[in-house]
Ligand binder design. Structure first.
Ligand code: GLN
Length: 249
C-alpha cells in the first residue's frame, strides 16, 4: 500500500472544465503514481456537500459565464463552510480562471452579479476593453516552488485584489488579473494554501514543478521530500524562459 495518498476533490468537474483544465488532475494522478504515492479523486457537483477533512486538495477549473452562474450560488452556500474549514486547516484550494473569479467576494458580469465563496479578498468585474487573451508568463516568490509559470489566459472579467491580498505572481508577459496592475492570481488563506490563477494550458502539464509544490503542500511536506522525477526538458524550458525574461532561477 502507498505510504501517502493525495486525496483530491474536483468541484463541478463537468461544468468548470474549460480548455481541458481537467488535465491538471491527470498531472497530479500521474506524478503521484510515478512516485509510488497513492491518489484518490472524488467529485462534487451542484447539490453535493463536501467533507472538509476528506480531501487534501480541492480543485475548481475554469468556466464560461453561464456555467459559473450555475455553480456560484451552490459554492457560496452549500460548500462555503466546508471550504473555509478545509483552507483553515491548510488544505490546498486550487482555482483556475472562472474558478479564481469565484474565490473572492463576487463576479460582476454583464447583467448579473454572482456571489463568491469569500476565501480571499478579491473582486471581479467587467470593464471597458477587450478580452484579456494570449500567452502569459509570471514570476513567483514561492518558497520551495518554481520561479516562473507559463500558460494561456482568456478572460473578460478583470480581477482586483484587496490591498492586503497577495497575488500568486507578477506578470512577465501577458495581462494577468486585470491587465493594469501587474498582478496575477492570488495566494491567500490562513496558511497561504488558497491559490488562484488565470492560467490555462492546462496549467500543470506546463508547470510540473508547481504541481509538485501543490502536491507537497497538500500532503504537509516540503517539496524537496518528494522523490525526484525526470523533468529535465521542463526545467530547461523554464530556465530559458526565465533567462529571456531576466528572472533569476
Ligand atoms: N467566464 C470568465 C471570463 O470570461 C472566465 C472564462 C474562463 O474560465 N476562461 O471572464
Amino acid at each position: 500500500m502507498a505510504e501517502r495518498t493525495l486525496r483530491v476533490c474536483a468541484l463541478y468537474p463537468d461544468l468548470m472544465n474549460i480548455y481541458a483544465d481537467r488535465g491538471n488532475l491527470t498531472v497530479f494522478e500521474r506524478r503521484c503514481t510515478w512516485r509510488g504515492l497513492g491518489f484518490e479523486l472524488a467529485g462534487a457537483g451542484i447539490g453535493e456537500p463536501i467533507d472538509p477533512d476528506a480531501h487534501d486538495l480541492f480543485y475548481i477549473g475554469g468556466g464560461q459565464d453561464r456555467d459559473q452562474a450555475r455553480c456560484a450560488r451552490d459554492l457560496a452556500t452549500l460548500k462555503r463552510d466546508a471550504l473555509h474549514a478545509a483552507a483553515g486547516r491548510g488544505a490546498v484550494v486550487l482555482a483556475v480562471c472562472g474558478g479564481l473569479q469565484l474565490l473572492g467576494e463576487g463576479h460582476e458580469m454583464a447583467d448579473e452579479r454572482l456571489p463568491g465563496v469569500g476565501l480571499v479578498d478579491l473582486d471581479t468585474r467587467r470593464e471597458q476593453g477587450p478580452r484579456l487573451l494570449g500567452n502569459i508568463a509570471i514570476a513567483l516568490d514561492l518558497p520551495g516552488g518554481p520561479a516562473t509559470l507559463a500558460g494561456f489566459e482568456n478572460h473578460a472579467g478583470r480581477t482586483h485584489l484587496g490591498t492586503a491580498t497577495a497575488p500568486l505572481g507578477r506578470v512577465l508577459k501577458g495581462n494577468g488579473n486585470n491587465g493594469a496592475d501587474g498582478t496575477e492570481g492570488v495566494r491567500g488563506g490562513a496558511h497561504g494554501t488558497v491559490i488562484g490563477t488565470y492560467m490555462h494550458g492546462p496549467l500543470l502539464p506546463k508547470n510540473t514543478a508547481f504541481a509538485d509544490w501543490l502536491t507537497a503542500t497538500a500532503l504537509g511536506i516540503a517539496p524537496g521530500e518528494l522523490a525526484p522525477l525526470d523533468d529535465a526538458l521542463e526545467a530547461a524550458a523554464h530556465a530559458e524562459a526565465a533567462r529571456a525574461a531576466g528572472v533569476c532561477t
